[in-house]
Design a protein around this ligand. Structure first.
Ligand code: ATP
Length: 515
């Protein structure tokens, strides 16, 4: 039968050990408790890592015998000593009694004599680690102290096991955060880090981006398909105070109506057939960041009502859930549709349109910023060659860029990107020494709309257009370089600042960044 004071000792000791989720704080409580029964001045919880081999401190309280996180390497003899002691509580009242305690003391710079009582923690014959109680004087611990300490074996073993698991969770969490940071940077790099035309065709758009990005206002991006709405949404996010948060995209037109609610707001386990586990929706995932609602004009009426409610209350419930969830999300919506006409036709809710239309930003179609085409072509050649791991960089054939600039571009930048990719593939499978001709842009009927007054073969006759064409050609030839012997200014025989002035006036990109 256990003695009554043993039961009380166990009870109070267990409360001290389990009193805090932080194992350091728990050991501090425990040290204060143990001091009522033994001359404990320090307590550490450590485990043996056979891979080092050495002991690693999990937590500590007292005079810093072994601060948390310390690793002390051990010799084979010292590891063998620990292994020989597993089934008992080791008392060492003189340093020479315990070679491991001596090694630890030397490691932390304690040169005075000391004594310790070491409790080995075991579960199912597996050595979890030790709890070591120490004092800075010799001969401090008795068999009775060892007996009392061993009464606390089980709560210490549970605490040790939880602390190790908790450390593992923190390690994995840090790894996930690191992966997340890496992937976010990769995504950012891949999805529009470079905005071609920001100083030329998109200058006004980018001015507005810089104005609105730091504010938390909603933005509505308008423009034909493929003009770069997502690229601009990215730029707003990465130039805002939310840039470290997530950028989550939803293509409202690509998700079946029956799945929209679950995609946007998430669902609880068992909310519907196939909901095997709880799932967070895109709103929840975008918490602290930006939610990009692409193709907002395709949102079905019922979903428009729910979206409006979330925008008004900033709260939603998961499908099948009752608990309201708050998400701090900035909304950027985009559409190639004329929302105003849709409102008139009653296919888009007027109140939602008002909500979204706080800061409308229209991205001009490519045909209205043709001066950006050479730089875009070079950018896509670079991008695609890199993606395709080409050992060489194809170059456009003479006259090809002019041909591209005469195209009407109904599919905008995306169409240009696809054409560049196709041309590189064609070039790769044919004669790689042939420059990229882009012959296809001139071919299909209706795609190329040459202005009647400017037949393609004659080229422009208006003086500015002729100069613009020539300067664009020179920029392509020199890779945007203005100064130096091989720069465009020297080739044209004019002063570099005069050339820069001309280029700016005509909206022609220059400089290394433009090519
Ligand atoms: N200014 C730009 N600089 C570099 N790349 C661009 C630019 N604008 C668009 N792109 C590229 O063109 C492609 C189409 O752009 P994006 O997806 O942003 O267009 P969108 O207007 O959102 O299209 P949709 O209306 O179909 O959703 C993307 O690969 C994008 O990276």
């Amino acid at each position: 039968m256990p003695r009554t004071d043993d039961i009380s000792f166990f009870h109070q000791g267990t409360l001290a050990i389990c009193g805090s989720i932080d194992i350091g704080e728990a050991l501090q409580e425990c040290l204060v408790f143990l001091q009522r029964y033994m001359p404990a001045e320090n307590i550490t919880m450590d485990y043996l890592d056979p891979a080092i081999p050495g002991i690693c401190s999990v937590a500590q309280a007292g005079f810093s015998m072994l601060p948390a996180g310390t690793v002390v390497e051990l010799s084979e003899r010292e590891v063998a000593y620990i292994e020989s002691q597993l089934s008992q509580t080791t008392l060492s009242n003189r340093p020479e009694d315990n070679p491991v305690a001596q090694r630890v003391a030397a490691h932390v710079g304690i040169d005075s004599v000391f004594s310790s009582a070491v409790l080995h923690l075991m579960t199912k014959n597996q050595h979890l680690g030790v709890v070591a109680v120490s004092a800075l004087k010799e001969g401090q611990f008795t068999e009775e102290h060892a007996r009392l300490l061993s009464l606390l074996h089980d709560p210490f073993a549970v605490a040790m096991s939880n602390a190790l698991r908790y450390q593992e969770v923190l390690r994995l969490q840090e790894m996930l955060k690191d992966d997340n940071r890496f992937l976010t940077n990769e995504l950012h790099r891949m999805s529009g880090d470079t905005i071609i035309g920001e100083h030329f065709g998109l200058r006004e758009v980018m001015e507005k981006v810089r104005q609105v990005a730091p504010l938390d206002s909603q933005v509505l991006l308008l423009g034909e398909t493929g003009v770069g709405k997502e690229v601009i949404a990215n730029a707003i996010h990465y130039n805002s105070s939310r840039s470290k948060g997530p950028f989550i995209k939803v293509n409202c037109g690509a998700i079946p109506e029956s799945l929209l609610d679950s995609e946007l707001f998430g669902h609880e386990k068992g909310a519907f057939t196939g909901a095997l586990s709880r799932k967070r929706g895109r709103f929840e995932r975008a918490h602290g960041g930006t939610l990009f609602l692409d193709e907002i004009g395709e949102l079905p009426q019922a979903a428009q009502v729910r979206l409006l409610r979330v925008l008004q209350t900033k709260e939603f419930e998961r499908v099948g859930g009752t608990e309201p969830i708050k998400a701090d999300v900035r909304i950027i919506a985009a559409t190639h549709r004329r929302l105003e006409s849709m409102v008139k036709e009653n296919t888009f809710r007027k109140d939602l349109w008002f909500r979204l239309n706080v800061f409308p930003l229209t991205i001009p179609p490519l045909r209205e910023r043709k001066a950006d085409i050479p730089a875009l072509v070079n950018h896509f050649i670079e991008k695609k060659s890199h993606e395709m791991k080409l050992p060489y960089r194809p170059v456009p054939a003479p006259g090809a860029l002019e041909r591209l600039q005469r195209h009407h571009w109904p599919g905008n930048v995306r169409e240009l990107e696809n054409i560049v990719e196709r041309e590189i593939i064609r070039n790769y499978s044919g004669d790689r020494d042939t420059p990229l001709l882009f012959a296809e842009v001139a071919a299909p009927e209706g795609l190329v709309r040459e202005p009647a007054a400017l037949p393609a073969e004659e080229g422009p006759t208006n003086l500015d257009a002729v100069i613009s064409r020539h300067l664009s050609h020179m920029m392509t030839r020199t890779g945007g370089k203005i100064q130096g012997e091989d720069g465009a200014a020297a080739l044209l025989g004019i002063h570099p600042s005069t050339l820069r002035h001309r280029l700016r006036k005509l909206g022609i990109p220059f400089g290394r960044g433009a090519f």
